[in-house]
Design a protein around this ligand. Structure first.
Ligand code: HEC
Length: 140
């Protein structure tokens, strides 16, 4: 009888452990997905410079997925700094910071990813995407 109880309770605990593990992995997976960038759909549209095509790149979405985790949903700052100052940056300066971690001659902390290496959502980041993100920040 006691044996049976011990067995049952250890079975219950291993189930609890199992369920908790799945829960944690799912959580990590979801965060990983969010950190890794935009959905394939937004990328699939292609980016025609300066033309109003169907959603090619969505700066807000890209920012939410790839930047907001560190810079805050409104670029107000978090792990990374408030990005308001970058509104006045020329696009090439902004791109250099985002792609290569160089801002106005300064090497940014390695906490800031080099998106030229990591890509956005696993695809190489395109100039149109960087511009869309910059425009999104400017619109805040
Ligand atoms: C893992 C956290 C993290 C993510 C994700 C991240 N950043 Fe950063 N970012 C930082 C940190 C930390 C700094 C500050 C580095 C420093 O000052 O040395 C920074 C600095 C910057 C700067 C320079 C700001 C300045 O005033 O010098 C820009 C621009 C920037 N990030 C844009 C972005 C954009 C756009 C994205 C998304 C595509 C992004 N970051 C994603 C952490 C992050």
């Amino acid at each position: 009888m006691d044996d049976e109880r011990v067995k049952t309770s250890s079975l219950v605990w291993s189930l609890v452990g199992f369920v908790a593990t799945i829960g944690l992995s799912l959580g990590a997976y979801t965060v990983g997905q969010r950190m890794s960038g935009v959905s394939g759909e937004a990328l699939a549209g292609g980016a025609a410079e300066g033309q109003a095509t169907q959603v090619s790149v969505n700066g807000g979405e890209l920012f939410a997925l790839s930047c907001a985790g560190c810079h805050g949903a409104k670029a107000e700052g978090g792990v990374g700094p408030n990005l308001a100052v970058t509104k006045s940056w020329a696009l090439p300066v902004f791109s250099e910071a985002v792609l290569h971690g160089q801002a106005e001659g300064r090497t940014l902390s390695s906490i800031m990813p080099h998106f030229a290496d990591t890509g956005l959502s696993g695809e190489p980041a395109t100039p149109a995407q960087i511009e869309a993100i910059h425009n999104f920040i400017k619109s805040l």
